[in-house]
Design a protein around this ligand. Structure first.
Ligand code: SF4
Ligand code: SF4
Ligand code: SF4
Length: 155
């Protein structure tokens, strides 16, 4: 669900997260409501406001938890998620050059391929979860998986 593209994208700082990207993530997580973005209440953004309302529906403002699901029927074990996830790259430098990360995996590692299938390891280190007061609207794994096997969801 790409809420960001329906926000004003001006980073005007009038909402609590202060940037449109962070606001999109907070909307997904149910931490803010659409009305918490004052510019969206202006007539020129009415269409975007209505679209966002439709997209979020009755679940607006209900706090949700992150899930990253890997469909092992679709996954062919290519390892792209292992090399592109920024957390993997940070804590497992060999992945930056496309090499297999160390085994056993680093405690921060998010993905590994085992027996030809992707495994999600330490979701708590995903950049979408707040650490050191920051969280990010990261979607790299989902975007780069060529088999569309990874789905980021809030449930
Ligand atoms: S108030 Fe709205 S337009 Fe301004 S930064 Fe927040 S989300 Fe973006
Ligand atoms: S990028 Fe997709 S297909 Fe490749 S290993 Fe990861 S989940 Fe599987
Ligand atoms: S959302 Fe970003 S940090 Fe989280 S697992 Fe995917 S690529 Fe890694």
């Amino acid at each position: 669900m790409d809420l960001y593209k329906f926000l004003p994208k001006t980073n005007c700082k009038k909402c609590n997260p202060k940037t449109c990207m962070a606001f999109a993530l907070a909307l997904l997580q149910g931490k803010v409501k659409i009305e918490d973005c004052p510019p969206l209440l202006e007539p020129k953004y009415k269409k975007q406001f209505d679209t966002l309302k439709e997209m979020i529906g009755s679940e607006e403002g209900q706090e949700k938890e992150l899930q990253i699901n890997v469909d092992t029927d679709l996954c062919d074990g290519c390892g792209i998620c292992v090399t592109v996830c920024p957390v993997n790259a940070r804590y497992c430098p060999p992945t930056l050059s496309g090499k297999v990360p160390a085994y056993p995996p680093d405690k921060h590692q998010l993905f590994q391929v085992k027996k030809g299938k992707c495994e999600l390891l330490n979701l708590e280190h995903c950049r979408r979860i707040e650490t050191e007061g920051r969280e990010r609207e990261c979607r790299v794994c989902e975007t780069y998986c060529p088999r569309e096997a990874i789905k980021i969801e809030y449930v």
